[in-house]
Each structure stands twice: as structure tokens, then as C-alpha cells.
Design a protein around this ligand. Sequence first.
Ligand SMILES: NC(=O)c1ccc[n+]([C@@H]2O[C@H](COP(=O)([O-])OP(=O)(O)OC[C@H]3O[C@@H](n4cnc5c(N)ncnc54)[C@H](O)[C@@H]3O)[C@@H](O)[C@H]2O)c1
Length: 320
Amino acid sequence: MNVLVTGGAGFIGSHFVERLLARDTSARIVCLDDFNDYYDPALKRANVAGFAASDRVRVVEGSICDERLVVELFGQGDFEHIVHLGGYAGVRTSLERPLVYEHANVHGTLILLEAARRFPVKRFVFASSSTIYGSGSPVPFVEDSPLGVPLSPYGVSKQAAELAARHYHQVHGVPTVSVRPFSVYGPRMRPDLAIHVFATAITAGRPIPLFGDGSYLRDFTHVSDVCDGILATLTAEGAVGQAINLGHHEPIAMLDLIRLLESELGAAAKIDFRPAFAGDMPITCADLSKARRLLGYHPRVGITAGVRDFVRWFQGSRRM
Ligand SMILES: NC(=O)c1ccc[n+]([C@@H]2O[C@H](COP(=O)([O-])OP(=O)(O)OC[C@H]3O[C@@H](n4cnc5c(N)ncnc54)[C@H](O)[C@@H]3O)[C@@H](O)[C@H]2O)c1
């Protein structure tokens, strides 16, 4: 089974590649990533270190926006599945750099969808995001209810790309599935994500910048559960043409999350309360009925065990 994983050097992508290699011994993977400097590319090189030398993986350094390269890879690759995780993530930065987000997340996705139209695949999984629910969406977020207005250019880019994926399914028969991960965390998580930022500040004795009063609720989802959900979309009957939440359905308030980190790290947090941020949603919470029904998805890692797992990795990585 030949699989193209875009963004395979990133946080979720590198976990996904490892999981696919372990679960399917027939898997041959092309990992396409441009190793950009949204965060330190050395971290991305470390992410691929575990599999870059495998004879079942080819790491290609290049952009999904490079049409010639993408067509060449599809032409050579005989891909059965596309797992498209590459792109710019991060709500806040997108408000400063909307065009960068549009280019990678919308234009880049269209280039991949066009290639999948020319070189048919069995499944094209697109990593959308919980951010597409935007303001005004009833909680918990249900996939097939009308979407609100995204609060960030990142959310706009994901809504647009998801729509493009649906279009390619309906009009061209490309077997697309959009998964909507919710606040993913775990070992190797991006340094700009809350749990990582908080742990770094607590360890250094620096104040944690906290936007709002700490009551915002987030449906944190462990990376292993998200990867299992993505794996299930590759074979699940009935997933094609759908958007499917990959969350945990147990939102936690940011202040409670900080208390959990304090207890795992054995150090007290100083909190620097800042005004609420316009792009932040007060709550995210996934309705999981559809994921259960279509994928047999049952997230296994609760927030306490998940934060412990993250802290074990975080402390280990700082000793290296
Ligand atoms: N982490 C989360 O909480 C979360 C939640 C919802 C959705 N997502 C989505 O899941 C995907 C993976 O997120 P992540 O947290 O692992 O982020 P990440 O930044 O660690 O991974 C994304 C990878 O894509 C690569 N990339 C960016 N632009 C590219 C391009 N033009 N060509 C090739 N590669 C490119 C980056 O170098 C990076 O390695 C993203 O699409 C993100 O929007 C993430």
C-alpha cells in the first residue's frame, strides 16, 4: 500500500507515519514536507529521525504548492491513499499572515486535489480543523449543522479547503474525507500550542500569558487518538464525502489545565492574565456520534493521562 503523507515532518504527521508503519507492514510512505520555519525546522528534522532511514519511507523536502513536484510524485507514486496534513496551523499567526495561510492551506490543497483527479486514489483524507465551526455554532459541534463564521484566517482557509475537498468528491468523484481534529496534544507537539507554551513557562519560572480569565474550555485530544481516527478513515465504509470530528468530548477549562500541568511538573505557575483574544472561541467540544458510527472511533487517552504522557516527553526532551 503506497501512501502520500503531506506534512509528515510535523507534529501529527510524524506520529501518523510511525503509526501507519507499525500497523501495516505493507505500507510504503512518501512523506512530503517543506520543513518551513513556522517553528524551528530542527524540531521537524528530529520528528522524522525515527523513520527517515527506513526503506519503507521516502522523505521528500518540497512544497505541496509546487505543482510540478506534486504531479511528479503522483505520477511515480501509485498512491492508494493521500493523508494531507501539510499546511500552516496556528490561529493567532494567521491574523498577521493571512496570505501565507491561504497559499499553503487552500492553493496547496487544490494542487493535491487536482493531482488526485488525474491519478485516482482510494482515499484522500484532508486535515481540516475544529476552528471551522467559528462563532455561533451550537455546542457540542455537530458536523452536519451549518458552520459559523471562522474567527481567524486559519479557520477561513480550512473551511475553504474543506469545501474544495467536497467539491472534488461531488463533481469529480475524488474520494475525499475531511477530518476535524480538536486541540491535539502529546509528545512532540508544536511549541506554539498552549500545553507546550505553558509547560515551558512553568519550568522556566516565567509567567504564563493567558488570554481571557482562564474559563475558556478546550476539547484537548491526544495525538494517538487522532492518528487512530485518521487510520480508520482510510478503510471505513461510508466515510467518503464526509466531514468527521476527531475530538475527545471532555472539554477542560484553561485554568484547570494549568493546575494539571503544575501537578505533573511539580512547580507552581505564575499567570499573566491578558485581555481575551478576538480569534479565540470560548468553548470547543466535539460531538462524536458520527465518528463512532462511521469510524468506530473511541478516544482512549483522557486529559490526566495525556498530560502525564506529554510531561514525560517534555522533561525527557529537555535533558537531551
Ligand atoms: N495540532 C492541532 O491541534 C490541530 C488541530 C486541528 C487541525 N490541525 C491540522 O493538522 C495538520 C497538522 O498539524 P500539526 O499540529 O501537526 O502542525 P505542524 O505545523 O507540526 O505540521 C504541519 C507540517 O506541514 C508542513 N508544511 C506547511 N506548509 C507546507 C507546504 N506548503 N508544503 C509541504 N509541507 C508543508 C510543515 O513544515 C509542518 O511540518 C495541519 O493541517 C493543521 O492545520 C491541527
